[in-house]
Write a protein that binds this ligand. Structure first.
Ligand code: ZN
Length: 333
């Protein structure tokens, strides 16, 4: 063996800056490559089972090198074993066509989902932009409300200032009807309501009026010191909001089986069950994958590498009367 030969550095698909360091030797595991970050995230005894990728490559080479050339038991493949190969071309091409259709349907579906998510994002964005504009409008209107209040109590006699700005029912409705959007009308109503509320403070003594105007002025001062900031610009807030979204999407990938009736890698190993036929397994796998536990009263899931399985099962099922146990094996059955 040429000892200079070495696997080049492959990067983690989840952590693109990290190199693959170790491998889970279980070929049925969805993920078998682990970078240093993935190793840190690995749960329980999985971490101790991961083997160095460079060592594994050497072992896999050794296995491949030793297993080429099996023991021949005949010169011709028997017809009953060979017959299925006649269907290969048709079966593969049908399957290919089917998979292509599935891929197209998935792409279409994702386009719809992407549009929906984009729509939601755009709605949030407009809401934030509108809210920021509201802040400016409110800031302006606070000044004008304060000025109106001052005008009410100070200055020339009200009669002499009456003129072109005089309020009539016509001008009042004209103003209300001049808005292009309901939102603008809503803001106007809020201003009018605030002014109406102010007038309800009925202390009309000079001291009462001065106290009201002073409180008003102080509130306006406080207002000028505020710097409204969108939550989307606050790093921590954004992170925790996005984390929720990411968690929901992650749940979509992890919580459910992404493919139903999936093809599994075949081996010559017999189905390890004296009770269930392969079709029974398919049936049960479908029910379980789709969260339809028949009429089972209890559904208990146990994850185990097989060691101590009997003890774990016994502990979990001790109080149960009749139990049906379904074991998900390495082949995904
Ligand atoms: Zn990684």
């Amino acid at each position: 063996m040429n000892s200079d030969l070495k696997l080049k550095t492959y990067k983690c698909t989840i952590h693109p800056s990290e190199a693959i360091k170790r491998v889970d030797k279980n070929p049925s595991a969805e993920k078998i490559f682990y970078c240093i970050d993935c190793i840190m995230d690995a749960q329980g005894d999985l971490r101790s089972k991961l083997v160095l990728i460079d060592d594994l490559v050497q072992n896999l080479y050794a296995h491949q090198a030793s297993s080429t050339g099996g023991r021949k038991i005949g010169t011709k493949v028997p017809d009953n074993l060979a017959a299925i190969l006649n269907t290969e071309e048709e079966a593969v091409s049908k399957f290919e066509e089917y998979i292509l259709k599935q891929r197209n349907l998935v792409s279409e579906k994702f386009n719809v989902i992407e549009q929906e998510i984009l729509g939601s994002l755009q709605a949030i964005k407009s809401k934030i932009l509108d809210s920021l504009e509201d802040q400016l409008n409110l800031f302006r209107s606070n000044y004008s409300t304060y000025k109106k209040e001052l005008d009410k109590y100070y200055g020339e006699d009200i009669q002499s200032t009456k003129g072109e700005n005089e309020l009539t029912k016509e001008t009042f409705f004209e103003e209300l009807n001049s808005f292009n959007s309901t939102r603008d009308l809503e803001n106007m109503f809020k201003t009018l309501l605030r002014e109406a509320n102010l007038d309800e403070m009925k202390d009309i003594s000079t001291e009462g009026i001065v106290a009201k105007l002073t409180t008003f002025k102080e509130a306006l001062e406080q207002n000028t010191k505020l710097q409204p900031k969108s939550i989307i610009l606050i790093e921590d807030e954004l992170k925790s909001s996005l984390a929720l979204v990411q968690k929901a999407l992650q749940g979509f990938g992890e919580g459910i089986s992404l493919i139903q009736n999936s093809v599994y890698p075949i081996t010559g190993a017999p189905l390890d069950s004296a009770i269930l036929k392969p079709t029974d397994l398919e049936f049960l796998a479908d029910k379980i994958q789709n969260g339809k536990p028949l009429s089972l009263k209890h559904k208990i899931s146990i994850k185990s590498d097989g060691s101590n399985l009997d003890k774990i099962m016994q502990a979990a099922l001790d109080s149960e009367q009749k139990t049906l146990s379904v074991i998900k094996g390495r082949k995904g059955t």
